[in-house]
Write a protein that binds this ligand. Structure first.
Ligand code: MSP
Length: 472
């Protein structure tokens, strides 16, 4: 059991077959905001934020081949693209795991060996359809017109090979009872319902090794097979804190952020693997966010509408992008993104809203002296909303309502026309509110929050360049 104030948060690890897009950025950003919030609450050393890349399997081997590269060489390059994207978005992770890290490979093998020794793995013949794009076995009901619905441009592959199987069927009863007894939490509720009903319909054992895929971690007791990529990928959440120095006390994860397409893996297979390996403490909360469409359409390479984080950061800056992405949808729901909407919202909320308020008030403060800043307690600020199931989009809305309220105050009191004591009093209120706004923005817009706090925390307030220049 890890100590009460330690907090471990993970994102899914991203496939390196392709470069980062806004969907990846969304998961990572959400995790960053939660991690920064927890740091504010209990100190940097008590938070462990893990993200990284998922680098094995047929899909990646094929992508590398297409680029005329060796898989590892290709993985190095694309993995770096993810790390760069996170840097440009000011993502403050504690560790970036790569599943080709030998330290991951070693512990993943050890865990699998334990599952084998515990009698949960047996040899069998796998026969059926496989989607390389998903790295997933398909049932007849998964398929639409004989193809994987998520990868309609690729052929599903029919396979028959000797594999090792995992006794998921037997373990699923334990998993279901743990879910129903709320030993761990699946959010939002809709995803919980889906998983419970699927578990009740009955579950088959799954193949957890591949004979035909050489780009992977060898099965420890049979070097002719590699570990099924999803199995070792899930294990990253366990291996990283166990191979890094002084991190094992962070186990288990407090919250794991994922997309809604991979809930089964993260709420059933993952827990079954841990139970089979005798790892007692299970992750506490799995939160699945929704999917983005772009201008009403599925985001896809063939439609040419994929939005990259870089495209957004170039246009809106790191904090602008963070704001637009996080406020785009209610956490957990699907949502539609559009550059036109983004620009309009950037101008309304950031340039005319937050940015304008700051420069307006700063100008009016020239020559005056203010009472010093007392750092607020989180409980007295909109940040406390965070404790309610991580509704950070809601928290952000509260903060922006405070910004609007400040604007209303400036206009109603016509502060620019006031004089003497009256002016001083209203401005002191505004300065105090802006300080709280700056404080609360720290997890969301870290650079902007720092600037605001620097500018407004002393007794004299300086006039600084505008935070968010208007965009055309
Ligand atoms: N490598 C696996 C995860 C292994 S975790 C042990 C994987 N990688 S992925 O790169 O394909 O996807 C990563 C995440 O991006 C998933 O959580 C997925 O839901 C998310 N998204 C992919 N497309 C998305 C949108 N269009 N919108 C929002 N998120 C989406 O799956």
């Amino acid at each position: 059991m890890h100590s009460m104030n330690k907090f471990y948060i993970t994102t899914t690890i991203y496939y390196v077959n392709d470069v980062p897009h806004v969907g990846h950025a969304y998961t990572t950003l959400a995790a960053d905001i939660i991690a920064r919030y927890k740091q504010l609450l209990s100190g940097k050393e008590n938070v462990f934020f893990l993200t990284g890349t998922d680098e094995h399997g047929a899909n990646i081997a094929q992508a590398a081949e297409k680029h005329g590269k060796k898989p590892k060489e290709f993985a190095d390059e694309v993995s770096q693209r993810f790390a760069d994207a996170w840097k440009s978005l000011n993502i403050n992770y504690d560790f970036f795991i790569r599943t080709t890290d030998p330290r991951h490979e070693k512990i993943a093998q050890q865990v699998l060996q334990r599952i084998y020794d515990n009698g949960y793995i047996y040899k069998g013949v796998y026969e059926g359809w496989y989607c390389v794009g998903c790295e997933k076995f398909l049932t007849e009901t998964d398929m639409v017109d004989g193809k994987c619905p998520l990868h309609p441009t690729r052929e599903a592959i029919y396979q028959k090979e000797n594999n090792y199987f995992f006794k998921l069927k037997e373990l699923s009863k334990k998993v279901l009872s743990k879910i129903e007894q709320h030993e761990y939490t699946i959010l939002p509720q809709e995803r919980y319902n889906e998983i419970v009903s699927r578990l009740k319909q009955g579950v088959e054992d799954i193949s957890i090794s591949r004979a035909g895929v050489s780009w992977g971690i060898p099965v420890p007791w049979d070097s002719n097979q590699t570990i099924y990529v999803w199995v070792e990928a899930l294990l990253n959440y366990y291996t990283a804190p166990h191979f890094l120095p002084n991190k094992s006390s962070f186990w288990p994860p407090d919250i794991q952020l994922i997309g809604k397409d991979i809930v089964w893996f993260h709420t059933v297979i993952w827990q079954a693997l841990l139970i089979a390996a005798d790892i007692k403490d299970l992750p506490k909360t799995i939160f699945a966010h929704g999917f983005f469409t772009i201008d009403g359409q599925k985001m896809s390479k063939s439609l040419g509408n994929v939005i990259s984080p870089k495209q957004l950061v170039d246009k809106y800056g790191a904090d602008g992008t963070r704001y637009l992405l996080i406020s785009a949808v209610q956490f957990g729901n699907d949502g539609d993104l559009s550059i036109m909407k983004f620009t309009a919202q950037y101008n309304a909320d950031l340039a005319n809203g937050l940015g304008n308020l700051i420069s307006r008030v700063a100008k009016m403060c020239e020559g005056l002296t203010f009472a010093p800043f007392k750092s607020p307690t989180i409980a007295d600020t909109p940040l406390i909303e965070f404790e309610k199931s991580f509704q950070f989009d809601v928290t952000l809305k509260f903060i922006f309502e405070k910004i609007k309220a400040c604007d209303v105050l400036v206009n109603e009191k016509q502060v620019w026309a006031l004089k003497g004591n009256e002016k001083q009093t209203v401005l002191q209120t505004l300065v105090d509110d802006i300080r709280v706004i700056g404080y609360c923005l720290q997890p969301f817009l870290p650079e902007t929050a720092d600037k605001i706090l620097k500018q407004f925390s002393g007794s004299k307030i300086s006039v600084e360049p505008s935070l968010f220049p208007r965009l055309k």
